[in-house]
Design a protein around this ligand. Structure first.
Ligand code: DGY
Length: 422
């Protein structure tokens, strides 16, 4: 594993564009929000200063309203579609107009704790203090714009915001999106990768229609939130934000920010009281829910297992999720498939309809360990390390036979290897 540790470090160094890291130089040649956060945790295992710089560069692209974009286009690259001209946000640096799962506060807390453990708190305290208000502003932005009923959940306005782009959770909520005027466009993703690993043409048409919609509203976040044709309470983002608020609270306490800590306790209490809205009693699972119809997706996805990571504990629900985990573990060679393998729509190499993602496994495994489910936690971690050791640092992996799916030499996969192994 010394060799693999070195290979993982080499991937991060090679994908470093000087202060920010690309997920993969060909397929994703810019800075992606949640990728960068996980990447910081990877850098932290061998270059603490560089780890902090990753999060600092992401937050240097924050908008005045607190929003943090899902992509920062530090410089244009013709190898990706849709690029900055399509988004038309008219920002410097150029950015997209949608956000992504809020994991940065959780990663910053990891960085802070590791600096404290290394006796370097004094060196990093001022950097933590400078980042803290930016993270809090982003979390406030979510509360203001993405939680219309004050349930402590996160409403996604684009499948790309969830990070789980083509999850079947977005199929029914995506139907009302009008794709008749999307026009012609040339995808670049399928020029780099086998189309079998990627979303379909119908899905891309919807993605593009939503970009055009946001652009037509001048990327006015409040307005889009009130009128967007796609509005889904995402179980993944909701659980990740609840977790991130707990981590931000720990930072507030460490930095002596009493009033902010009080505010965060309020946000956490709200989510603890409201998140049960995402429990589907009929299917016995956590899942996303369409805000416009009130319908649960009913799908068991890898995001369903993030309740442990969020610190949402309820004996009956936990038991149901652990039973799903056991059942799924009996059906695949490697946990955790992004879609229940017993679902007829399961496809072992198609992006978020089957493949295993190392970052999701890290969150699931971390949550299970914290909740005291040591055996399941160890299996999720070991499966992740085995997949990488046997197949390489791929974007994702088939849960059936481990085949790499998507880009290779992938930054966040390398980061998770380092976080869990180095
Ligand atoms: C892509 O282009 O596939 C990305 O996931 C969008 O964020």
């Amino acid at each position: 594993t010394d060799d693999l540790n070195e290979a993982a470090r080499a991937i991060l160094r090679a994908n470093d564009r000087g202060g920010y890291t690309v997920p993969n130089g060909r397929v994703y040649p810019f800075q992606w929000n949640w990728d960068s956060a996980f990447v910081a945790m990877g850098f932290d295992t061998f270059d603490r200063d560089r780890a902090w710089a990753e999060i600092e560069s992401l937050f240097s692209a924050q908008w005045e309203d607190g929003f943090v974009p899902h992509i920062v286009f530090w410089k244009d690259d013709p190898g990706y579609f849709p690029g900055p001209a399509v988004w038309g946000t008219d920002r410097t640096p150029m950015t997209s107009g949608i956000t992504q799962p809020p994991v940065a506060a959780t990663m910053l807390r990891q960085l802070w704790d590791s600096a404290v453990a290394a006796g370097e708190a004094d060196t990093y305290r001022s950097r933590a203090a400078a980042l803290f208000p930016k993270l809090l502003e982003w979390h406030r932005w979510f509360a203001r714009n993405r939680d219309p009923e004050g349930r402590g959940i996160v409403v996604a306005l684009h499948p790309w915001e969830t990070g789980r782009d083509n999850s079947p959770e977005w199929d029914a909520p995506g139907e009302p999106i009008d794709i008749t005027n999307v026009g012609d466009y040339v995808r670049r993703d399928t020029g780099h990768l086998d189309a079998k690993m990627r979303p379909t043409k119908l899905e891309y048409d919807r993605y593009l229609a939503l970009v055009q919609y946001g652009r037509a509203q001048g990327w006015d976040h409040a307005r889009i939130a009130a009128t967007n044709p796609f509005r889904v309470a995402d179980v993944g983002m909701s659980m990740m934000l609840l977790r991130a608020n707990r981590d931000l609270l720990a930072l507030a306490e460490a930095l002596g920010r009493g009033a902010d800590a009080e505010e965060l306790r309020g946000l956490i209490a709200r989510a603890e009281a409201g998140i049960g809205w995402l429990w589907d009693e009929a299917k016995g699972t956590w899942c996303s829910r369409d805000l416009l119809t009130g319908r649960h997706s009913g799908f068991v996805t890898s995001a369903s297992f993030l309740s442990f990571y969020a610190g949402v504990s309820d004996p009956a629900k936990d038991a149901a999720m652990l039973a799903h985990l056991e059942r799924i573990a009996g059906r695949v060679a490697h946990l955790m498939p992004s879609l229940d393998p017993d679902d007829p729509g399961f496809q072992m190499i198609r992006y978020w309809r089957g493949p295993v993602w190392a970052v999701v496994n890290w969150m699931i495994g971390t949550g299970l360990a914290e909740a005291g489910h040591a055996g399941s936690a160890a299996k999720v971690r070991q499966d992740t390390l085995d997949l990488i050791a046997r197949n390489g640092f791929y974007e994702a992996f088939s849960p059936i036979d481990g085949t790499g799916s998507g880009g290779d030499d992938f930054s966040w996969t390398a980061a998770i290897w380092l976080a869990w192994n180095a």
